[in-house]
Ligand binder design. Structure first.
Ligand SMILES: Cc1cc2nc3c(=O)[nH]c(=O)nc-3n(C[C@H](O)[C@H](O)[C@H](O)COP(=O)(O)OP(=O)(O)OC[C@H]3O[C@@H](n4cnc5c(N)ncnc54)[C@H](O)[C@@H]3O)c2cc1C
Length: 426
């Protein structure tokens, strides 16, 4: 790609919530937009745990990027892994070609934060991408297959104990979905297995689940999970993860071959390697306008951006990424029109999490609190509306209805078959 172009070229890296929304907004302006992502699809991460819990197919929550950009004539999509961003020469290098930019929006998101816990990076299973969701589903189903095969051996306790580290919304949602998978369809599938051995354990380092929610909603989530059969340990800090156990700082050792890590996220370390000024969990500390200090034509948005409001960092959630994407676009348009960029203001609409069948929490606009069936319906409706693509919405609705009516899950395949071979020996 050559550097000679007449209109300003805006390069956007990452087609997640921040980058995709920024691309669609930027296309309204007289600029050339280049969107780069290492995948050719956008993933709806809030429903990723349902892929891992065999509730939805991976393609139900993903959408081809090119389809979304079809009508945007000034947008070019490049499928490629960005290897370097040179802030001095203003060149982005992918695995195939160098791309010069006039303005850059960096939106590459986050990676799991293992907080230097020994063995966690090597042995815990993250849940951050579609591939990881599929790998986790395969792993869980493989554990049941091996437990049946290895009946009578000492390994079974660890094979059938599923630990989730982190009692935030993802940890709570996944624990609930997993226990419903186990107590529902898997109980019927593995009728000769002793299900008294099967445990779902949720470990949270703090003294409550889902920090940020009112205490009554945290207690509701805790009681509901316990009622469903999840063993919840609060003030349970992980000291070490091995292939066969999780060790807590209070001395407790839980034999388990499955440790799902939802305890925290950090900025993608790539930004640091490209010499972006990082702080606070590898995130890039941006100016109130979302610009990178010293680089007025470079914006960082979404999970990768670190910004404080009233002494608290903005959360790593989709609405922040989307609103920042739109704000960065407005600021670039202002710069092109030779006007000063404006500071970003986040409009927090609240937090929601589903716990299980007919059970959810919704805390809206910091004022209204809903739990139970009403919150559950609100969660389903909102996520269905937000999901991209009519076909995806329809398929998801059918899957949910099937699951709700027949207590069954249609997606219980270990694919590709290679995965089963890899998982056979733990
Ligand atoms: C399991 C899970 C559940 C969640 N649930 C919720 C929820 O219920 N509600 C909510 O609001 N938020 C939720 N979040 C958080 C939310 O998804 C993130 O805050 C949001 O996705 C951040 O958007 P982003 O644009 O910064 O990054 P992302 O959406 O992660 O997008 C980053 C993009 O960059 C691409 N990329 C990365 N590196 C490169 C590279 N080197 N080259 C090319 N492309 C690259 C990736 O492929 C990806 O498409 C959840 C997150 C997870 C993981």
């Amino acid at each position: 790609m050559t550097a000679t172009h007449k209109r300003p070229r805006v390069v956007i890296i990452g087609a997640g919530f921040g980058g995709l929304w920024a691309t669609r907004a930027m296309a309204r302006f007289p600029v050339d937009v280049v969107l780069i992502d290492r995948s050719n699809y956008h993933t709806f991460l809030p429903m990723l745990y349902q892929v891992a819990a065999a509730e939805l197919e991976p393609e139900d929550i993903a959408y081809p990027i090119r389809h979304l950009l079809r009508k945007l004539t000034n947008v070019q999509f490049i499928l490629g892994e960005v290897k370097n961003v040179d802030l001095a020469t203003q060149i982005v290098t992918t695995d195939t070609l160098p791309i010069p930019y006039d303005f850059l929006i960096l939106a590459i998101g986050s990676t799991p934060n293992f907080f230097d816990v020994p063995g966690a990076a090597e042995n815990a299973l993250p849940l951050r991408s579609l591939e990881e969701g599929i790998a986790l589903r395969n792993h869980i189903l493989s554990c049941f297959e091996r437990a049946v095969r290895d009946a009578g051996t000492d390994q079974r306790e660890a094979q059938l104990t599923f630990s989730i580290v982190g009692g935030g919304p993802t940890g709570v949602e996944f624990s609930g979905a997993l226990i419903e998978l186990i107590r529902g369809p898997l109980l019927k599938d593995y009728s000769n297995l002793d299900f008294r051995l099967v445990r779902v354990v949720l470990l949270e380092a703090l003294d409550s689940l889902m920090l940020g929610l009112p205490r009554s909603m945290q207690d509701y989530a805790l009681l509901r999970l316990q009622k469903m059969g999840v063993e919840v340990y609060l003030k349970a800090k992980v000291r070490q993860v091995t292939p066969v156990a999780v060790h807590l700082t209070n001395g407790l050792v839980i034999p388990t071959e499955t440790v799902v890590w939802t305890a925290g996220m950090r900025g993608d370390p790539l930004a640091e390697s490209w010499e972006f000024p990082t702080a606070h969990g590898g995130r890039v500390e941006v100016l109130p306008t979302l610009q990178v200090p010293g680089h007025p034509n470079v914006y960082v948005i979404g999970d990768l951006a670190y910004m404080e409001v009233n002494g608290h960092s903005l959360p790593m959630v989709a609405p922040v990424a989307i609103q920042q994407g739109l704000a960065a676009v407005e600021n670039i348009a202002r710069q092109v029109a030779e006007e000063a960029p404006l500071p970003f203001h986040y409009r927090d609409r609240g937090m929601m999490a589903v716990i299980g069948r007919n059970a959810a929490v919704a805390h809206l606009f910091g004022r209204w609190a809903f739990t139970g069936f009403l919150a559950w319906v609100m969660w389903l409706a909102l996520h269905l509306i937000r999901l991209i693509g009519f076909r995806n919405r329809l398929v998801v609705l059918i899957n949910w209805a099937w699951d709700y009516l027949f207590y069954d899950r249609v997606v219980r395949l270990i694919i590709p078959r290679q995965r089963w071979r890899e998982n056979q020996n733990g």
